[in-house]
Design a protein around this ligand. Structure first.
Ligand code: PGA
Length: 250
C-alpha cells in the first residue's frame, strides 16, 4: 500500500541536463519500486523536465517543475507557461521559493498569479513560505507566514474550486541548506498557523503542508512521523540517489 507522506525532490540547479538523465536511467528499477510504495515527486530544472518526465512514465513517480510563468502565452522572454508544464506531464510546480524570490525580486502578487495559472491548468502548486533569520530572531515567525500567505490565499479563494488542492511548503530561510532544523514545538506552531489560515480563507481547497530546509537522511526522523505534516521538500540531499532512497525508506 502506498504511503501518503510526500517526498518532493527539489533538484534546484544542482544537476546538469546529462546528470539529471543519468540519475533516472541508472536508478530506474529502484525508482520504480520506490514509486510503487511511496509518494514521490521529482522536480528537475526546466531543461531536463521533458526527458525526466518521459523516463518516469512507467513509474508511479510524479513530475514537478521548480517555477512557472505568472502569465498566459505572450511576450515573456525566458518564461515557461503553466500550460506547457501540463503538456509535459507536470502534476506539481514549486512556486515562491525563497531563492527565486531573491534572484527575481518576486512579489507576493506574482506568486499568487502563478498559483492561479497552475490551478487553472490542473497542476498542484507547492507554494513556499517561511520566515527570515531576522523574523525568527525577533519572534516574528508566525506574523511572517500570515503576511506572505494571506494575500495568496485571498487571491486563489476568489475562484470557486471545490476539490482542488495546493501544498504549502514551510521552509524557514534560516534552515535551507544550513543543517539547522526547527524545534518540534516551533514547527507544530507554524504548521498550525498555515492550516488555520488556509481553512479560514480558502476552505474550498485541500491544503497539504510540507516541510523543507535541511531535510536529509539524519533529520528525516523528525519529520516523517510528525503529526499534521503531509510531506517534505528535499533540496540538496535529493540529488544523490542513495541518500534520497535512505530518506524515503527511513
Ligand atoms: P535543502 O533545500 O534541503 O537543501 O535545505 C530545501 C529547499 O530549499 O527546497
Amino acid at each position: 500500500m502506498k504511503n501518503k507522506f510526500i517526498y518532493a525532490a527539489n533538484w534546484k540547479a544542482y544537476l546538469s541536463f546529462n546528470q539529471a538523465q543519468e540519475f533516472i536511467m541508472q536508478n530506474k528499477d529502484a525508482l520504480k519500486t520506490l514509486g510503487r510504495n511511496y509518494s514521490l515527486v521529482i522536480c528537475p530544472s526546466f531543461d531536463a523536465l521533458a526527458t525526466v518526465g518521459q523516463n518516469l512514465q512507467d513509474t508511479q513517480i510524479a513530475l514537478g517543475a521548480q517555477d512557472c510563468s505568472a502569465h498566459q502565452a505572450g511576450a515573456y522572454t525566458g518564461q515557461v507557461l503553466a500550460e506547457s508544464l501540463k503538456q509535459i506531464g507536470c502534476a506539481y510546480s514549486i512556486i515562491g521559493h525563497s531563492e527565486v524570490k531573491a534572484e527575481h525580486h518576486e512579489t507576493i502578487a506574482t506568486i499568487a498569479q502563478k498559483a492561479i495559472e497552475l490551478l487553472n491548468h490542473g497542476i498542484t502548486p507547492i507554494i513556499c513560505t517561511g520566515e527570515t533569520t531576522k523574523d525568527y530572531e525577533t519572534d516574528r515567525g508566525t506574523q511572517a507566514l500570515e503576511e506572505q500567505l494571506t494575500p495568496i490565499f485571498n487571491a486563489i479563494s476568489k475562484k470557486e474550486r471545490n476539490g482542488y488542492q495546493f501544498s504549502i511548503a514551510y521552509e524557514p530561510l534560516w534552515a535551507i541548506g544550513s543543517g539547522n532544523i526547527p524545534a518540534p514545538a516551533y514547527l507544530k506552531q507554524q504548521i498550525m498557523v498555515i492550516r488555520q489560515l488556509a481553512a479560514q480563507i480558502a476552505p474550498q481547497y485541500n491544503c497539504m503542508v510540507l516541510y523543507g530546509g535541511g531535510v536529509d537522511e539524519v533529520t528525516i526522523g523528525t519529520f516523517n512521523k510528525f503529526p499534521d505534516l503531509d510531506g517534505v521538500l528535499i533540496g540538496k540531499a535529493s540529488t544523490d540517489f542513495q541518500t534520497l532512497q535512505k530518506i524515503v525508506l527511513s
